[in-house]
Design a protein around this ligand. Structure first.
Ligand code: HEC
Length: 167
């Protein structure tokens, strides 16, 4: 009878293919989980190294989805899963769905766009630099940790979440 555990023909190595099999199964599982993600921040359009001051992905639903995945990885522990920071009483950080609410109320399209530009810039600087108030770090700095693409995908996501609830 052929024994798949002794393919190498070497005595005493029967465990190796078995271990490799488990390893491959785990890797395969990880690859499958990756493939199920609707969109990934690694796949959003590249922006190069020059920092934009306004969100180049504004209103892009695909990018917002990718940003949501990145948000739950990096920001949710303080700002809430799916950016739901309010209502539970326990979240230590502001509800980012409300960040652009003042802009959303502006009727004039050009003024609203200018307001969003300011909001984007505030978001970018805050995320890159973090927030330290009288020597106490309220939020860590993300400079060097998140790409420009990820930061703008995060902004696209929180804006989309805010617009959903008309906050
Ligand atoms: C360790 C907890 C923590 C993590 C993780 C965290 N934040 Fe914060 N963040 C805070 C706190 C606390 C504040 C409020 C700081 C203050 O106002 O002094 C804040 C404030 C902000 C603000 C300003 C909000 C406002 O209304 O002025 C933005 C924007 C922000 N965070 C974005 C993010 C993003 C994006 C991420 C993920 C990349 C993130 N944060 C991860 C704790 C965190």
């Amino acid at each position: 009878m052929s024994n798949r555990f002794s393919r190498t023909g070497e005595p005493g190595t029967g465990w190796r293919p078995w271990v490799a099999g488990v390893f491959m199964a785990v890797l395969g599982g990880a690859a499958a989980a990756q493939a199920e993600l609707p969109y990934n921040v690694a796949d959003v359009p590249a922006l190069g190294s020059e920092w934009r001051v306004a969100n180049p992905y504004r209103g892009n639903a695909e990018v917002a989805r990718a940003g949501g995945v990145a948000f739950n990885h990096n920001c949710a522990r303080c700002h809430g899963v799916d950016a739901v920071a309010s209502g539970m009483g326990g979240m230590p950080a502001p509800d980012l769905r409300r960040l652009a609410r003042a802009c959303r109320r502006i009727k004039d399209a050009a003024l609203q766009s200018a307001c969003m530009d300011d909001d984007d810039d505030y978001f970018r600087v805050t995320v890159l630099e973090g927030k330290t108030v009288v020597g106490v770090q309220h939020m860590p700095a993300w400079k060097g940790q998140l790409t420009q693409e990820t930061i703008w995908a995060l902004k696209t996501y929180v804006d989309a979440r805010g617009a959903e609830g008309k906050r």
